[in-house]
Design a protein around this ligand. Sequence first.
Ligand code: SAM
Length: 301
Amino acid sequence: MSQLPDNNNWFTEVHTADGSAFSFKLTEKGKLHEEQTPFQKIEIYDTETFGKLMVIDGYVMLTTRDNFLYHEMMSHPALFTHPNPERVLIIGGGDCGTLREVLRHPGVKLAQQVDIDEGVTRASEKYFPELCESNDDSRAELHFVDGLKWVQEAAPGSYDLIIVDSTDPVGPAEGLFSEPFFRDCHNCLAENGMVVQQSESPLYHLPLIKDMYTAMGSAGFVGMQTLPFPQPVYPSGWWSCTMAFKDTALKNVDSKDIASREFREQDSENRPFETLYYTTAIHRGTLDTPPFMKKVLAGLK
Ligand code: SAM
């Protein structure tokens, strides 16, 4: 295709700052749902080759076809790195896909999902029911409040892992990339706690990742490690999440290799559930930071 498709049978997200765009051919049904909530505009489309598509404020959130890449990488690497993750907090994640992956881990005793917008979960229940299949698990709790407020008010030491599955750092999610938020996360994590956050495109948004390292470091985290993974429908087709560690004992060791050293490789290998993308070898491979990223992030761990 040499021209940007512009008729009504296509949904196009234009990545203005990066001079690129991604388009989906829609079925005859086209738009299935549109809703302006108090927080954002939610739209659902029916595409020809990617299944259902969720869009928030004009930005692609997920599709039926490729969301497994994101949801598996947001959850399994961190859950196979913390020594014993029992209490997990998901900030955002209203489509419930990350929650489903977290609950595949039998050792998890509590998984709280805190999304600001109930509309996202209700739309997901209707259009992405497969992502919501664990919502009735007795270990799952769904709360609909601002994640910033939730971590401000959470009791110190109450979580082992915080997964920040947020929208881009504009609108309600802006504060979720800031030092005060990471400070609150640090406070409500137990001593060996971890945070993992979606950290945008390694190709397009490296300055944002660099700022995240600085904010996380100022908040007391160490050993920041960005894990790139493919995500065809997001800007540049390549996305990432960034893990960081609270354990103060780790401050005295070489913080560059914490994510690698703490990886419970054998438990990953023996995982009692199926995955579609995540494997032990892929996890190990993503711990090797590409040189172009290392150059920018060096010295910030
Ligand atoms: N995979 C997606 C991405 O990287 O673009 C994220 C999907 S998930 C649907 C993002 C969720 O973050 C949305 O449901 C949105 O409501 C939620 N969110 C944004 N700001 C929030 C906040 N301050 N507190 C809690 N949830 C928030």
